[in-house]
Design a protein around this ligand. Structure first.
Ligand code: FO1
Length: 304
C-alpha cells in the first residue's frame, strides 16, 4: 500500500513513528511554513522532525530535535552575545548547516532533504511541500511575527489578529509531491495544527486540488480533543482564523478533500456535525501514549 503522510508540527512525530512500523510504502510530505533562518543556518523543523523520526533519532516526546542532543554551540553563541531563545542542538545545527551549504551550492530544498534523510538513515522519502519560500506569519497586537517568534520566543502569548502564508500565492508543489499525492493509495493527514502546519501546505497553489482530485482516500486524525489540541497553539490560531477550535472546525477546514476524520471518544457528540459536512467520521482513542497506540492509530487510519 502506497501511503503519503502530510506532516507538520510536534503532533506529527508520534503518528509517523506508528506509520513507520507498518509494512507500507511510505512517503512523507512536510510543511515548510515554519522554516526559519537562525544562527546563519536554514532550519526546517517539520522536514527535520520527519527525517529524524523515520531515522529513529528524534525526540518524539518533545516533538522536535534529536534525542540526547547537546547544546554546546548554542552556549557559545550566547556567550558571544547572540539571542538564543531557539534551542537548536549541536547535531540539529550540523544538519541545518549541511542543508544551508547544499542550498548555497544551488541545490533545491527537495534534493538537500533527500541527501540528508539518506545520510541519516531514514528509510522513506521526505518531501518538502514546495521548493518555494512560504513563510507562516502571525499578525499580532505586538506586530507581524514569524511563527517561531510568536510560538517559541513569545510563547504564543500575543493576541493573534490573522495568520498569513507569505509567498504561498506564487508557490507550487514540487513534481515529487504531486506524484506522491496522485499515486498514493491513501493520504494521511497527521494530527497537526490545521492553521500553522497543514494550512501552509494547503495554501501552496494547486496543493489542495491535488488532494481533492487524487484517487486515494484522504483520511485525517484530528489534533483536537475537546477544545484543546494535543500540543501547540492550534486552538488559539483556529479561533483567529474564524474556525471552531475543535474537531468540527478541523473537518470544516479539510472538507474540500477529506474522506474520513478520526476523532477522540470524548468528541463523539461532534460526529453528526462532521458527517453533515460530507466527511465520514470514526470515534476512537486518539491518545498516543506509547508506540503501541501509535501503530494502532496508524492501522486505524489505513482502514478508515
Ligand atoms: N520549539 C520550542 O518550543 N522551543 C525551541 O527552542 C525549539 C527549537 C527548535 C529547534 C529546531 C527545530 O527543528 C524545532 C525547534 N522547535 C522548538 C520546534 C518548533 O518551534 C515548532 O514546534 C515547529 O516549527 C512546529 O512545527
Amino acid at each position: 500500500m502506497k501511503v503519503t503522510a502530510l506532516a507538520g508540527g510536534t503532533g506529527s512525530a508520534k503518528l509517523l513513528r506508528g506509520l513507520k512500523s507498518l509494512p507500507i510504502d511510505l512517503t512523507v510530505v512536510a510543511n515548510v511554513g515554519d522554516n526559519v533562518w537562525m544562527y546563519g543556518a536554514y532550519v526546517c523543523p517539520d522536514v527535520d522532525v520527519a527525517c529524524y523520526t523515520l531515522a529513529g533519532i528524534s525526540d518524539v516526546e518533545r516533538g522536535w530535535g534529536v534525542r540526547g542532543d547537546t547544546f554546546y554551540s548554542l552556549e557559545r553563541l550566547a556567550r558571544l552575545g547572540l539571542e538564543t531563545w531557539f534551542k537548536l542542538g549541536d547535531m540539529d545545527l550540523a544538519v541545518c548547516l549541511a542543508r544551508t551549504e547544499m542550498l548555497r551550492r544551488g541545490g533545491s530544498l527537495t534534493s538537500a532533504t533527500e541527501r540528508i534523510r539518506r545520510a541519516l538513515g531514514a528509510p522513506s522519502p521526505v518531501l518538502p511541500a514546495t521548493d518555494h519560500a512560504v513563510e507562516t506569519r502571525v499578525e499580532t497586537k505586538k506586530g507581524d511575527l514569524h511563527l517561531q517568534e510568536f510560538w517559541v520566543r513569545d510563547r504564543g502569548r500575543p493576541a493573534v489578529l490573522r495568520v498569513r502564508y507569505r509567498g504561498a500565492a506564487s508557490s507550487s508543489p514540487t513534481e515529487q509531491v504531486a506524484r506522491a499525492v496522485s499515486d498514493a493509495d491513501r493520504v494521511v493527514v497527521c494530527p497537526a495544527n490545521p492553521v500553522t502546519s497543514v494550512g501552509p501546505m494547503l495554501a501552496v497553489r494547486g496543493f489542495a486540488s491535488l488532494l481533492s482530485s487524487t484517487r486515494a482516500r484522504v483520511v485525517a486524525l484530528s489534533p483536537m480533543s475537546g477544545r484543546r489540541p494535543f500540543s501547540g497553539p492550534a486552538g488559539k490560531l483556529m479561533k483567529a482564523a474564524g474556525r471552531r477550535p475543535d474537531s468540527v472546525g478541523v473537518a470544516e477546514m479539510y472538507a474540500g478533500f477529506l474522506d474520513a476524520l478520526l476523532i477522540s471518544k470524548g468528541d463523539a457528540g461532534m460526529k453528526r456535525d462532521i458527517e453533515r459536512l460530507g466527511v465520514e467520521c470514526a470515534v476512537t482513542d486518539t491518545l498516543m501514549s506509547n508506540p503501541r497506540d501509535e501503530a494502532r492509530l496508524a492501522r486505524e487510519l489505513l482502514r478508515a
